[in-house]
Design a binder for this molecule. Structure first.
Ligand code: FMN
Length: 371
């Protein structure tokens, strides 16, 4: 147990940390900071392509910006060969990241076609070589994020996890689905438990963590050492607060304060460029989850042309809720079905990745400030 927890302790993390996943098109520094404020112990830059790094893509280097107030930060890389990943990690080693993850789970066709993401899972020898090459290029902790396998007929997470461990992985994050499964498919906690049992490095669980009870359920069913939240944090950075404080309920005052802070950070990062407002729209639509009477807010947000317009809408919406008879957001448990099944974020991810990994239409934006 002492050995298992030590890599987290070395990073200054608690024994059972809560992580914000790398999220293409979502986990830029304004959003990461919102989650860190609410208690996320470790956050990540969205997935970076080794090829884009090696070709010195300007947008990719902008995505690697670490804000001066970020106390700890991870980065995630994927690549079509062990050699490319090793070369990219050698560059990442010189940048201000505390830990480096290798993505072996991204299901997006465009990514997989180039041999990246979950394509790596299909060849455990490549998993081993990739992690080994990464570990040879840095002395920072290297982790691997995997799925249970390519499809139900080829579940190989145990072999893959053992290969990653043999290559030197400091921990393994398991998304409890196969590459071919959708978000509507349940997370296979038994598959995750078996991975946990098969390796001696820590295992972080990922998949369908939307509320405190989900963490408790995953912990009991699998014994994993940490938890990585993905969709559950989108529009809901308070999820990390809820993990720590069972009694927490989100009031409209707190909501307004946090959403405005996110808007201000968005402006600090991207300026008043119209694309900054366009990128903020999705966050605002997610932030509206769980409140009553959001239809008109959502419609207005969809056409907010500037961050100032968006700020005005947030203030008006908050005022309306404050004058209603319920100033608290509905329990996420009540909205959980809608969150899990009504909207498949894979399309969001596809759209983001179709424009280049993590490129969210920001190509027309001015230089992002390096803090
Ligand atoms: C919009 C979006 C972007 C994502 N981008 C990444 C990424 O860059 N790297 C990664 O490892 N996983 C990425 N994922 C996958 C999630 O990290 C996670 O494995 C998956 O959503 C399952 O967790 P969940 O059920 O809690 O959402 C992304 C998911 C979404 C919805």
């Amino acid at each position: 147990m002492t050995t298992q927890a030590s890599v987290f302790e070395k990073l200054g993390l608690p024994k059972q940390p809560y992580l914000l996943a790398p999220l293409a098109g979502v986990s830029d520094h304004p959003f990461r900071r919102m989650c860190a404020d609410q208690g996320a112990h470790l956050t990540y830059v969205e997935m970076i392509s080794a090829t884009a790094m090696l070709y010195e893509s300007r947008r990719t280097y902008e995505m690697l910006t670490r804000h001066k107030e970020e106390e700890i930060l991870g980065v995630q890389i994927t690549g079509s060969s062990a050699e490319d990943v090793g070369r990219a990690v050698a560059i990442l080693h010189g940048l201000p990241f505390d830990t480096i993850d290798i993505n072996m789970g991204c299901p997006v066709r465009k990514v997989v076609k180039t041999g990246c993401g979950s394509a790596i899972l299909r060849d455990p020898e490549r998993v081993y070589q990739t992690v080994k090459a990464a570990c040879a290029a840095t002395d920072k902790p290297v982790s691997a994020k995997i799925r249970l396998g390519w499809d139900r007929q080829s579940v190989n997470a145990i072999t893959v996890a053992q290969a990653a461990e043999a290559g030197g992985a400091a921990w393994i994050t398991v998304h409890g689905r196969t590459r071919s499964e959708d978000y509507g498919d349940p997370v296979d906690l038994e598959g995750m438990r078996q991975v946990k049992e098969a390796v001696s490095v820590p295992v972080v669980g990922n998949g369908n963590l939307f509320q405190r009870q989900d963490i408790e359920h995953m912990k009991l069913a699998t014994g994993v050492d940490g938890f990585m939240v993905s969709r559950g944090a989108m529009g809901n950075p308070w999820i990390f607060r809820e993990f720590a404080d069972e009694a927490f309920r989100l009031s409209i005052d707190e909501w307004e304060h946090v959403v405005l802070a996110h808007l201000h950070r968005q402006q600090e990062a991207y300026g008043q460029h119209p694309a900054a407002a366009v990128c903020m729209r999705k966050h605002l639509l997610w932030y509206a989850k769980g409140w009553n009477g959001v239809k008109s807010f959502r419609e207005a947000v969809n056409s907010a042309a500037t961050l100032e317009d968006a700020e005005q809408l947030v203030r008006e919406f908050s005022e309306r809720i404050r004058s209603s008879d319920n100033v608290f957001r509905a329990d996420m448990i009540q909205t959980e079905t809608a969150q899990r099944f009504a909207w498949d974020p894979k399309y969001e991810m596809d759209r983001a990745l179709d424009r280049g990994v993590g490129d969210d239409g920001l190509d027309k934006m001015p230089e992002i400030q390096i803090n």
